[in-house]
Design a protein around this ligand. Structure first.
Ligand code: AFP
Length: 334
């Protein structure tokens, strides 16, 4: 099969060299995100044969059961980013405290906040999995990062990306100049540009939500969800339901086909389930860069001022018109 497209490295050097002073360090970091994808893809492809399925018997800072693959993915991320030489701190869903990386080199420009393995309930049943990455720059690259450097609004991100471990392994990234998708060619060991300048349709015909939570939702959320099921050809309703158990996989589908993913606040859990810093923010940046929206139901996700490292936030994300319509209901205006 001919090399029909650019590699990740070729694309980054072509698109970033135009930036005054270049973004060599950011490009270098993004290739390390790609390396994480190659390492995890290799492990996941044969997970059933490596005795890495099932749980470790531990629970993480979220109070969730830790799967063996959660731990392997986290260790892989920490090792790769520590060795990169361009990362001064790491925040992970799987680690209560941040890892501050002391570098003999003074100018260490980036902090990475990540969910090493999204969709853990899928690990043992060979369903899609993902990894999510948010990249911010510390206030000063010559001093160790402080808490203010870690608790950053989503608009402060310099880049974001996700890995999707599906039938193919994909890396989708944005550095503020559009969203670009790369597909891993395992034979070459290279990511090849397969989805340049991804744009999400203004409206879709699909929703991704855990309908089992219906009784826990607010009246406004139930009314929105019931609205999606009413027949109305002009607005493509009733929508189809697609829920994979992996946020990355569902958001990726929305990016390509349009639609909306919701993990809303509940009456007893208004903050929702998903984490702001390393799930909602990076995916919100990607979806907004592709022309979509990401809301907590009452405000733009990227404008939320973080208070705690592992804080949760309701997430309504996807096509522009779908998110706006959902907000209309959730504001109680419908
Ligand atoms: P896990 O990684 O703990 O499986 O959570 C996955 C996730 O964060 C997101 O990927 C899914 O969309 C959502 O949670 C599934 O949560 P429910 O099982 O409560 O629907």
């Amino acid at each position: 099969m001919a090399l029909h497209s650019e590699t990740l490295e070729q694309f980054l050097s072509r698109t970033h060299e135009a930036v005054p002073g270049g973004l060599a360090a950011l490009s270098f970091l993004l290739t390390h995100v790609g390396l994480v994808g190659k390492l995890l893809s290799r492990d996941l492809r044969v997970a059933g044969l490596l005795n890495v399925l099932g749980t470790t018997g531990e629970t993480n800072v979220q109070g969730e059961t830790v799967k063996k693959l959660d731990e392997i993915a986290n260790e892989t991320c920490v090792r790769v980013f520590q060795q990169s030489g361009v990362v001064c701190a790491l925040v992970s869903e799987e680690m209560e405290k941040p890892v501050i990386i002391s570098n003999e080199r003074q100018q260490v420009p980036y902090i990475v906040l990540f969910d090493p393995l999204d969709g853990s309930s899928n690990t043992d049943v060979n369903m899609p999995l993902g990894s999510i990455f948010s990249i911010v720059a510390p206030s000063r690259a010559d001093l160790p990062p402080n808490e203010r450097d870690l608790l950053r609004k989503g608009t402060d991100q310099v880049a974001a990306g996700y890995l999707l471990f599906g039938p193919s392994t994909m890396l989708v990234i944005t550095a503020g100049k559009g969203v670009h998708g790369f597909t891993l060619d395992p034979g070459l060991g290279e990511y090849l540009l397969s989805h340049e300048d991804m744009k999400i349709p203004a409206r879709g015909k699909m929703y991704a939500v855990n309908e089992g939570n219906y009784q826990k939702w607010t009246g406004e959320m139930r009314r929105y969800f019931d609205h999606l099921k009413v027949e109305d050809k002009a607005t493509g309703r009733p929508y189809s339901g697609r829920y994979s158990g992996c946020l990355v996989a569902d958001v990726h589908r929305m990016l390509l086909n349009g639609g909306i993913y919701l993990y809303p606040g509940e009456v007893k859990k208004p903050e929702g389930k998903l984490r702001l810093l390393y799930e909602a923010n990076p995916l919100a940046l990607i979806v907004e860069q592709a022309g979509g929206l990401a809301s907590t139901g009452t405000k733009r996700v990227l404008d939320v001022e973080p208070q705690k490292l592992h804080q949760r936030v309701p997430l309504i994300i996807g096509s522009r018109d779908d998110v706006r319509e959902a907000e209309h209901f959730l504001h109680g205006q419908a």
